[in-house]
Design a protein around this ligand. Structure first.
Ligand SMILES: Nc1ncnc2c1ncn2[C@@H]1O[C@H](COP(=O)(O)OP(=O)(O)OP(=O)(O)O)[C@@H](O)[C@H]1O
Length: 274
């Protein structure tokens, strides 16, 4: 039997345990992702999507259950120890890169986290050429601004570079936590395209959280619908490709979720259309 790349086993996560404001964010969560699988995750507010990402990245330790990456039990590992295996892109483009460092230095840091030793120990000129190649694919002219501080860039430019950084870090697992949410529709559409290309190139196991049903249905090879800390639907590609957003909404309503306008009205979704 082959080993999943990522496994969550009977995860329970309780915030503020023993206090009046105790919240069970995840309960009996089981999930196994094969190497190279690209899974999208949708769910209403508070369903546990971000908590799932926190558990996988190591930012939160589960109250109960196990996390395995490549068969290795990493449950007790803090996030920095998992960083070479698990990369995360946040919803806020300011998180994930250092604003005072140049684009070049940020990319160099990402390369040093990766395991492609040839790149890590290559000459400055070779590395700079690789950086220019990667940046030029964005079509934003950033390849000529290697010395500019990251903090000077727009949200879309920063998030595009954060995606490139995730690729250079060559992780086994890539976590995208509403990474298009803070971008205007046109920029979001561009970064979404970049996401699809990079994930296909990297071939890494990917979990993408989104509020945008269209994105969840069109991207990836599998879709999870979460509600109240559990996966209520695990939709394979064959079914997903014939599904429409309304079907996903029906699943959430069927689970008793209250849906916000952001989920129900596509025009209100801040992430751009494909
Ligand atoms: N740090 C925290 N402390 C206490 N409760 C939390 C914390 N983070 C999340 N929660 C609670 O845990 C539950 C799951 O939250 P989570 O953020 O994982 O959901 P989500 O599906 O990502 O929601 P959203 O789409 O609104 O971001 C919610 O009830 C939330 O209020």
């Amino acid at each position: 039997m082959h080993e999943p790349m990522l496994a969550l086993e009977n995860i329970r996560l309780v915030y503020n345990r023993g206090r009046a404001d105790e919240v069970t964010a995840l309960d009996h969560l089981d999930l196994a992702l094969d190497p190279g699988e690209f899974v999208t995750v949708v769910g209403s507010n508070g369903a546990g999507k971000s908590s799932t990402v926190q558990i996988i990245s190591g930012a939160q330790r589960p109250t109960k259950g196990r996390v395995r990456v490549k068969g290795r039990d990493v449950t007790a590992w803090p996030d920095y120890r998992r960083a070479s295996m698990v990369a995360r892109v946040f919803d806020d483009p300011r998180v994930g890169s250092a604003p005072d460092l140049s684009i070049e230095d940020n990319l160099a840091l990402a390369m040093s986290r990766g395991r492609r030793r040839t790149l890590r120990f290559s000459t400055n000129a070779t590395r700079r050429n690789r950086m220019r190649d990667e940046l030029s694919r964005l079509g934003l002219g950033l390849e000529d601004r290697l010395h500019d501080p990251m903090g000077l860039l727009s949200a879309g430019q920063r998030q595009s570079i954060t995606m490139i950084m995730a690729g250079l870090a060559t992780p086994d697992v890539l976590l995208l936590d509403e990474h298009l949410a803070a971008l205007d529709p046109a920029t979001a559409a561009r970064v979404l395209e970049l996401t699809a290309d990079l994930v296909a190139e990297m071939g890494c196991t990917t979990l993408m959280i989104t509020h945008n049903m269209e994105h969840a249905l069109r991207l990836g090879s599998r879709m999870l619908v979460m509600s109240r800390g559990r996966v209520i639907a695990d939709v394979p590609q064959a079914r997903k490709q014939h599904m429409e957003a309304a079907h996903v909404v029906d699943l959430m309503v069927g689970a008793g979720d209250e849906l916000t306008d952001r989920i129900l009205i596509p025009e209100l979704q801040t992430e751009g259309a494909m």
